[in-house]
Design a protein. Structure first.
Length: 362
């Protein structure tokens, strides 16, 4: 006899999928919760945007809803023993060319949240943190947002730890590539079909497939004949380059406790995305992400062109063209000037994520 208990298939084991699985099994310990991902959770290399050496954990958003949600998440990072070991409250140092600093400070005020946060004049900011950012590009900058309550997390380590915890609590993990959703005649999604033809079913199917989502929906629309499944222009897969340099011992000592650096794009602050630099890992690797956000638009099914990560199993994430590597050199220059002139850039990666808006294509 079929069970009446709810069952959950969560496709994608990045931060959204794993958090969802963890919360579902915590709230409903009797239910069946299964995570499905094309990569093993402890694989040496994964395509998930969430799988990374480090990520900024900040509530410095101009949008008050994002700000509130991120403050809640930060509180969990700072207090819950599961997440706490991975969080580093180093602060953020955000070179602002528009109203961002004031918007964030106003959001904190409106939310009644007290924090060590301020908009610092450029001359004063340059001297902070032992002058680490004194040679940054401040052209057109108005002020620097310094929020000492933000920071960064060891993203990959944290993701593995929370996945292990979810598995301990009873979540199942299936490694499989999902080819399409199974849509019934009444429009209900009853499961998914793997690339090898196996069908997995559940009462609830939750997609947390990141950058692959628009393609998966397009393939599912084609196989089910339901065009309303298509993502349309709501979400787009975009790639951004990251790069790292290994610091020598002396530089590492200077940079080890640095805040996360952000810059509203010096090239075009009105439309350009922001770029960033994350503090060095325990292996002394300092990281940047670049300014170019690009799409990879291909014919996914006859007559349907959408952006998706490259078809290779690893999204070709380690094959980074010279033009994109230049993005990282540029980020280095506008953050550290001469200080970083001799650093050798290594470990370039293209990180694919789903976005609402893409500002550039290449
Ligand atoms: C360069 C860069 C820097 C960023 N920096 C930050 C930062 O500092 N702070 C921050 O908060 N955010 C940052 N982000 C954003 C953040 O990484 C993403 O918002 C977040 O990781 C998305 O998580 P996710 O779970 O939705 O997707 P992902 O982490 O991409 O996970 C999706 C998972 O779905 C799986 N999957 C997809 N399709 C299928 C399929 N068909 N079958 C099986 N499995 C499938 C993939 O294997 C993957 O594991 C950054 C993003 C980029 C690109």
């Amino acid at each position: 006899m079929a069970s009446n208990k709810p069952s959950y298939l969560i496709i994608g084991a990045g931060v959204f999928g794993v958090s969802t699985a963890y919360h579902l099994i915590t709230e409903h310990p009797d239910s069946s919760v299964t995570l499905v991902d094309r990569d093993a959770f402890d694989a040496y290399s994964r395509v998930a945007a969430s799988w990374d050496w480090n990520k900024a954990v900040r509530a410095d958003y101009g949008d008050i809803v994002y700000c509130q949600l991120a403050i809640e998440a930060q509180d969990v990072f700072k207090s819950d023993p599961l997440w706490k070991p991975y969080f580093h409250e180093t602060g953020v140092y955000w070179i602002c060319r528009g109203e961002h600093a004031q918007d964030v400070i106003n959001n904190y005020r409106k939310l009644g949240r007290k924090a060590d946060i301020s908009a610092v004049p450029i001359d004063e900011a340059r001297k902070m943190y032992g002058g680490l950012f004194e040679d940054a590009d401040y052209a057109g900058a108005k002020e620097v947002l310094v929020n000492r309550t933000s920071g960064w997390a060891a993203a990959g380590d944290c993701l593995r730890a929370v996945t292990r915890k979810a598995l301990d609590l009873g979540v199942k993990y299936v490694t499989a590539d999902i080819a399409s959703l199974q849509i019934e005649n009444d429009g209900r999604c009853s499961g998914v079909k793997t690339a090898k033809g196996a069908v997995l079913t559940a009462s609830h199917v939750i997609l947390c497939t990141g950058a692959f989502t628009p393609k998966l929906l397009e393939l599912s629309a084609a196989s089910s004949g339901r065009n309303d499944l298509r993502a349309g222009s709501r979400i787009v897969a975009g790639g951004i380059t990251t790069g790292m340099a290994t610091l020598d011992e002396e530089s590492y000592k200077k940079f080890a406790a640095m805040p996360v650096g952000f810059q509203e794009n010096p090239t075009d602050p009105r439309t350009g995305p922001f770029i960033g630099s994350l503090p060095p890992t325990a292996d002394r690797e300092l990281k940047w992400w670049g300014q170019t956000i690009f799409t990879n638009t291909r014919e996914v099914v006859p007559g349907r062109f959408i952006s998706a990560p490259p078809a290779e199993p690893d999204y070709a994430q380690w094959k980074v063209p010279g033009k994109l590597k230049e993005d990282i050199r540029y980020s280095n220059r506008v953050f550290y000037g001469n200080k970083g002139a001799t650093w050798k850039m290594e470990k370039h990666r293209i990180c694919w994520q789903v976005m609402h808006r893409i500002t550039m294509t290449i």
